[in-house]
Design a protein around this ligand. Structure first.
Ligand code: PEP
Ligand code: MG
Length: 873
């Protein structure tokens, strides 16, 4: 026979599924011998059964409740109904498996009615007894009948005014009259308060069951991905009264500081109050330290219990307590919510204190919270009051304030005046790079999480909000508008890269720095990791950052990023628009010079770590100017006719650039570019070899769809490399030529590609784009609606789509490893740095993930967690 109700002594902390978090912990604490008022828990299964068929309450549960109640009366030696002066009153509280603070309902002081309140008044005092009764009438009305609580407060205030007295000074007649006013509110709503305590209890339990499905609870569950079919348990517990007198009180306390992680009690309490008063914020609570002065013994007892609970649960606890006439009761404990900084400190301290293992510590810190340890965040209090402007995509974490500017040039100028700037663009392009570098944050009105602005900002560790469609940006008028509001150049805004929210004005930031602690945790992470973490980086600054954050190498150096900046882009444009062979050669030589120097420095920065250099990928016209003014300027620099130049640029435009003349297709039609890049790589490598640094260049060819493309490019690259060895009198040293896997066809023919490739790297940005057929730069325009309509629950450019893109990857890996069992296979698209995707990548047996430098620490922790989880399964 199913057991629907458990008394607290019958359960344990392991019974969260059945008894909910609160019930399981009440059971555990009772069994630990802590002073927990006795009670019983009605299981989550009962809730599910009831919601499915409400008759279950009368047919089955009612009888069980009565039995449990009878036992509780014996245990407490008090009575829930009748006229015995030993009154048992109970609380009825919800408690699901996962804590959903404040989302469901609670009723206190059940068991009072007109008659029993008089009895209670005799046993205690008038004010206290009627205070309890009024609270019951108010909560019951709200929870059971949905009558607005505020109406009762209004009644109280009106009646106090009429009597010209505060409620505490009312005599019996006045108290009773006020109660009649409260009951009249029930009548107005065509309801009645049940005088029979059992009826009160039945109604309360059913109302709490139903509150599982109230709107706010459903929204909360969706937000935290808690299943809707778990149900809530209901805890019925003997009341203890924090509102008995001045030696009574109630409070909430954390066993460690949830903001900093310091080992100190952190909490507050209110004298002569019930639990809801602390939450309601009507009276200002006292810090817990004050209790030490008022009731040193109670304080000491609380400290001892806090220690027992923390040692028992081996985690920081958030404890609710009540003091009744100087006696302490513990009403609830749960693992406390905390900031990223506190989470890290507590985990490390607990290892040092022998409470948890290093592995447990690694599982305690959320990878997503790591970014808060290395970026500034807005002060929480200021954020609450900040004037909200608009919402975009949280493309790169951070918090920044500055003056808005609308062009990269203005960003540089204002920056040079020593001011903080925020670059606001429709979308950024390679030419904006210098402006982006000097900006505190970047905001775009178009583009998604893998747009230029987003990728570059993340690479630089600069805060960025992308695709903020509510903003209309006019470069010409130097203004942005959002609804009827217009902001102009120089106006201040604050950008929150964690939430994607933008605010007007300046907000204070705090830098949460805890690098020593972080390094310690991440060193443990590396010990257990199965997957390696590399970085996507190509500038010395980014490479240095990546290495400092512990990247094991570079999974992707995008060479096109090395052509950003005024001088280089000019040579690139000269090359693309060259009319003669001589012009082509001249531009190539210039670019070769730049690239050789770049690679030399890059190899020096990464030292003996591997670095994969990807040959040029984007379509050529991305490097070309668009508006006539810029074209005229370029024409004069290149000494060409502006009209002809404009025509030439026009002819290079493509209908579908992402599917166009890009990636290896450039390598096939314009081998001179890939040869130049390879020459730059090998010249610098040869130089370094001759200086004693043994490096093994790894070259990667993008956007391969067919084995023959790779064969063709490899053939001329190898020839060129051999020629370079000979030309420089260098004994050949090992190198590798691999391919990106970015197209569904590449996945399906991976066995053939593996014959040619020394390594694979999944470009999941393009692979997702090509698999879904979603433009990676335009997804921001419709993803919101897709989520609202439950078509997609996440953006597949941010988190791996296991069923589609992931399945293609799985097929590719299995086919490739049949040909080359030890083939190194990485992931260098954005999802490579997404902690929630990493266990999937481990499952399909990739070798490493590669992500932007600032995501490396979180990825190191996520790969460790994936390894530990695998060990546990
Ligand atoms: C990719 O497509 O995932 C990738 C890493 O290449 P890019 O983003 O440069 O196209
Ligand atoms: Mg790509």
């Amino acid at each position: 026979m199913t057991k629907w109700i458990y008394s607290f002594e019958e359960g344990s902390a392991n019974d969260k599924d059945l008894l909910g978090g609160k019930g399981a912990n009440l059971a555990e604490m009772s069994n630990l011998g802590l002073p927990v008022p006795p009670g019983f828990t009605i299981t989550t299964q009962s809730c599910i059964k009831y919601l499915d068929n409400p008759d279950f309450f009368d047919s089955t549960l009612k009888e069980e409740v009565l039995k449990a109640l009878a036992l509780l009366e014996i245990k407490t030696d008090k009575y829930f109904s009748g006229e015995d002066p030993h009154l048992l009153l109970v609380s009825v509280r919800s408690g699901a498996k996962f804590s959903m603070p404040g989302m469901m309902d609670t009723i206190l002081n059940l068991g009072l009615n007109d008659q029993r309140t008089q009895l209670l008044a005799k046993e205690t005092n008038l004010d206290f007894a009627y205070n309890c009764y009024r609270r019951l009438l108010q909560m019951f009305a709200d929870v059971v009948y949905g009558i607005d609580k505020g109406l009762f407060d209004d009644q109280l205030a009106a009646f106090e005014q009429k009597q010209n007295k505060k409620v505490h000074d009312f005599d019996l007649a006045q108290q009773q009259e006020l109660i009649q006013h409260y009951k009249a509110l029930y009548s107005t709503h065509k309801k009645q308060f049940p005088e029979n305590p059992n009826e009160q209890l039945y109604a309360a339990i059913q109302a709490v069951f139903k509150s599982w499905n109230n709107k706010r609870a459903r929204i909360y569950r969706e937000l935290h991905q808690i299943p809707h079919d778990l149900g809530t348990a209901v805890n019925v517990q003997a009341m203890v009264f924090g509102n008995s007198d001045q030696a009574s009180g109630t409070g909430v306390c954390f066993t460690r500081n949830p903001a900093t992680g310091e080992e100190e009690l952190f909490g507050e309490f209110l004298l002569n109050a019930q639990g809801e008063d602390v939450v309601a914020g009507i009276r200002t609570p006292e810090p817990i330290a004050t209790l030490k002065e008022i009731q040193p013994e109670t304080y000491q007892a609380f400290r001892d219990y806090a220690k027992i609970l923390e040692n028992h649960y081996k985690d920081m606890q958030d404890i609710e307590f009540t003091i009744e006439k100087g006696k302490l009761y513990i009403l609830q404990t749960r693992n406390g919510k905390r900031t990223a900084k506190a989470s890290l400190k507590i985990a490390l301290d607990m290892v040092d204190q022998g409470l948890i293992s290093k592995e447990e510590a690694l599982l305690r810190v959320a990878p997503a919270s790591i970014s808060q340890l290395i970026h500034p965040v807005f002060e929480e209090v200021a954020l609450e009051k900040a004037p909200f402007l608009a919402q975009g995509l949280p493309a790169s974490p951070g918090a920044a304030t500055g003056q808005i500017v609308f062009t990269a040039d203005r960003a540089k100028e204002i920056y040079q005046e020593g001011k903080k700037v925020i670059l606001v663009r429709q979308e950024t392009s390679p030419e904006d790079i210098e402006g982006m570098i000097v900006s505190q944050a970047i905001v775009t009105s178009q583009g998604g999480m893998t747009s230029h602005a987003a990728v570059v900002a993340r690479g630089m560790g600069t805060c960025c909000v992308a695709g903020c469609g509510e903003l209309t940006i006019s470069e010409e008028n130097k203004s942005l508008s959002c609804g009827s509001l217009v902001l102009r150049e120089g106006d201040l805004i604050s950008v929150d890269g964690y939430s994607g929210r933008i605010y007007r004005g300046e907000l204070p930031t705090v830098l949460v720095e805890n690098n020593q602690d972080l390094q310690r945790l991440l060193a443990w992470a590396d010990e257990v990791a199965i997957l390696q973490v590399r970085a996507n980086a190509e500038t010395v600054k980014d490479l240095t950052t990546a290495m400092n954050f512990g990247a094991k190498g570079v999974g992707l150096a995008r060479t096109e990023h090395m052509f950003f900046g005024q001088e280089r882009i000019l040579e690139m444009r000269r090359l693309i628009l060259a009319d003669t062979e001589e012009e082509t050669k001249e531009a190539l030589n210039k670019l070769l010079e730049f690239q050789e120097e770049d690679f030399y420095q890059m190899f020096q920065t990464v030292q003996d770590k591997p670095m994969i250099v990807r040959l040029l990928d984007p379509p050529m016209h991305e490097f070309l100017p668009k508006d006539s003014q810029e074209i005229a300027l370029l024409a004069s620099k290149l000494k060409k006719s502006p009209e002809k130049l404009a025509e030439r640029i026009e002819s290079l435009q493509e209908s579908n650039p992402m599917l166009g003349h890009r990636g290896c297709r450039l390598g096939i039609t314009k081998p001179e570019i890939y040869k130049m890049q390879t020459e730059a790589i090998f010249r610098s490598a040869i130089k370094l070899h001759q200086e004693g640094q043994k490096i093994k260049p790894e070259i990667m060819v993008p956007l391969i769809a067919d084995q023959k493309e790779l064969e063709c490019i490899k053939e001329y690259l190898i020839q060129h490399i051999e020629h370079l060895f000979e030309q420089h009198g260098q004994k050949p040293f090992p190198y590798e030529i691999g391919t990106m896997i970015e197209l569904p066809r590449a996945c399906l023919t991976a066995d053939k590609l593996a014959q040619e490739a020394d390594f694979f790297s999944f470009g999941t940005n393009d692979l997702t784009q090509m698999t879904y057929g979603f433009s990676r730069d335009d997804i921001g325009k419709f993803i919101g609606q897709y989520k609202d309509k439950d078509i997609l629950s996440f953006d597949p450019f941010q988190k791996i789509d296991k069923d589609g893109v992931g399945e293609l990857m799985r097929i590719a890996i299995s086919k490739a490893r049949q040909v080359k069992p030890n083939l190194a296979i990485g992931i260098c698209g954005e999802v490579g740095g997404d902690p929630s995707s990493i266990s999937f990548f481990q499952d399909i047996q990739v070798t490493y993930v590669s992500c932007s430098p600032y995501r490396v620490p979180a990825a190191r922790l996520a790969v460790a967690q994936a390894a530990l989880q695998e060990g546990r399964n």
